[in-house]
Design a protein. Structure first.
Lengths: 159, 272
């Protein structure tokens, strides 16, 4: 089986890999690029642990055929911080104790980033809707929602 | 096991590729086919894609809308003129699934999914299908009844009428998890009226049979009557007629039969 060349932007950097037919973007990111921040949860689209942004929109990388992202821009949690400086969402998650086991956190952060990029002042209901595809099995939703709202406030204060 | 991925610029070429290869599956938004591949479905040897812009079109006329099979639920939600379809689109998945899942793929989604198709069935949609023998339009009911035999055919677009008023089309999805969860029952009703009486009602149910079905007895109970308490009670009392739901983790068949009338009554009464 021949491999297919694939090029895309990964957190602002151009990358090129060869992929086997039918592999998903999550496998390409983790095993070929070495970005371990998107997590494998269910492989079915039910949990959101693998959430990444494709051209600014949140997608499930486990259900994205790797070849379909050729030429597109992928953002993962690995690109969220700016050098040593955490993103306001990461800082808020840390300060609000929004991570327990932490497995859902990368997906939660990317779903929240997609929301704040589009809507910098979301309501609580909009935050709940934005993370509705992301499951936290520690059930720590309240601190997560509070952290996203805090990050929105601090982001506005900085801007 | 690696699969072969074939990408075509034209929808017709993709349809030929699917119809000539038993191991080929068409990839829309990926929420069904990639899930099958992730689970190791060895029946898929070839994944066929099409980048044809025709699949992404939305045509809105005064009385009908035509939506390309590749249009996502996020795009439906961004179209103000498709407001009557916003409730079903919003009831599907979380934001990521709505950015990926397509109108065409939803026609093939098994229980407890396929909520958008319930709305399309109530709206008497037409499905444009292209197979090895050419293109044709078929009523959505005929499409759903023969869905399992449609493996060699591709859906290009669906079209449906626009309800005359916001009140004439109603949709309700019963899920255990809010705002996101699989369907216990999904209900949609198109209730055109003429002279204050229901004329040509269509009520569709999801998760109440192997495919989305119409509640014909309930439709008959409304026909020619004003949408009042007596007519709504008559429709609700026969809502379970002709259904054949299954047991699953979200609810038992018995439970679904018990509650379908309750939810149909709420839908028709305009209760939240």
């Amino acid at each position: 089986m021949t491999k297919t060349p694939l090029q895309f932007r990964h957190n602002g950097r151009d990358v090129a890999v060869f992929v086997d037919g039918g592999i998903n973007l999550l496998v390409a990111l983790r095993e070929l690029i070495g970005d371990m921040t998107p997590k494998f949860g269910c492989g079915q689209g039910g949990c959101g642990a693998c959430s990444v942004l494709i051209d600014g929109e949140v997608h499930l990388s486990c259900l994205t055929l790797a070849e379909t992202v050729n030429g597109r821009s992928i953002e993962t949690l690995d690109g969220l911080k700016d050098g040593p400086n955490l993103h306001p969402l990461q800082r808020a998650f840390m300060e609000q104790f929004a991570a327990q086991c932490g497995y859902c956190t990368p997906g939660m952060l990317m779903a929240a980033k997609a929301l704040l990029d589009r809507n910098p002042s979301p309501t609580r209901a909009e935050v709940i809707e934005a993370i509705s595809g992301n499951i936290c099995r520690c059930t720590g939703y309240e601190p997560i929602i509070n952290a996203v709202l805090t990050a929105a406030t601090s982001g506005r204060a900085r801007a | 096991m690696p699969v072969t991925v074939k990408t075509f610029a034209s929808f017709g070429e993709a349809a030929s590729a699917v119809s000539s290869d038993r191991g080929a599956r068409y990839l829309g938004g990926g929420t069904l086919v990639m899930r099958a591949l992730n689970e190791g479905d060895v029946s898929i040897a070839t994944v066929v894609r099409a980048t044809d812009p025709a699949l992404m079109r939305i045509d809105i006329a005064s009385s009908r809308v035509t939506i390309g099979a590749g249009v996502t639920f996020a795009r439906i939600l961004a179209e103000r003129d498709l407001a009557f379809l916003h409730a079903p689109a919003r009831s599907i998945g979380g934001p990521a699934v709505r950015n990926m899942g397509t109108v065409g793929g939803n026609l093939f989604a098994p229980n407890p999914y396929g909520d958008f198709t319930v709305a399309l069935l109530a709206l008497d949609a037409t499905v444009s299908v292209q197979g090895g023998l050419g293109a044709r339009d078929m009523p959505i009911e005929e499409f759903l009844q023969s869905r399992e035999r449609q493996s060699g055919a591709l859906v290009l677009a669906v079209s449906c009428q626009r309800p005359a008023s916001a009140d004439a089309f109603r949709y309700r999805k019963i899920a255990r998890i809010k705002p996101k969860g699989g369907s216990v029952i999904t209900l949609a009703a198109h209730l055109p009226s003429s002279g204050g009486r229901v004329s040509g009602a269509r009520i569709a149910l999801g998760s109440m049979a192997a495919t989305q079905i119409r509640a014909r007895a309930a439709e008959r109970a409304l026909e020619g009557r004003p949408l009042d308490g007596a007519a709504i009670s008559a429709a609700a009392s026969v809502a379970a007629e002709g259904v054949s739901p299954a047991d699953n983790a979200l609810g038992s068949a018995w439970y679904r039969r018990e509650i379908v009338g309750v939810h149909l009554r709420r839908l028709l009464s305009g209760l939240e």
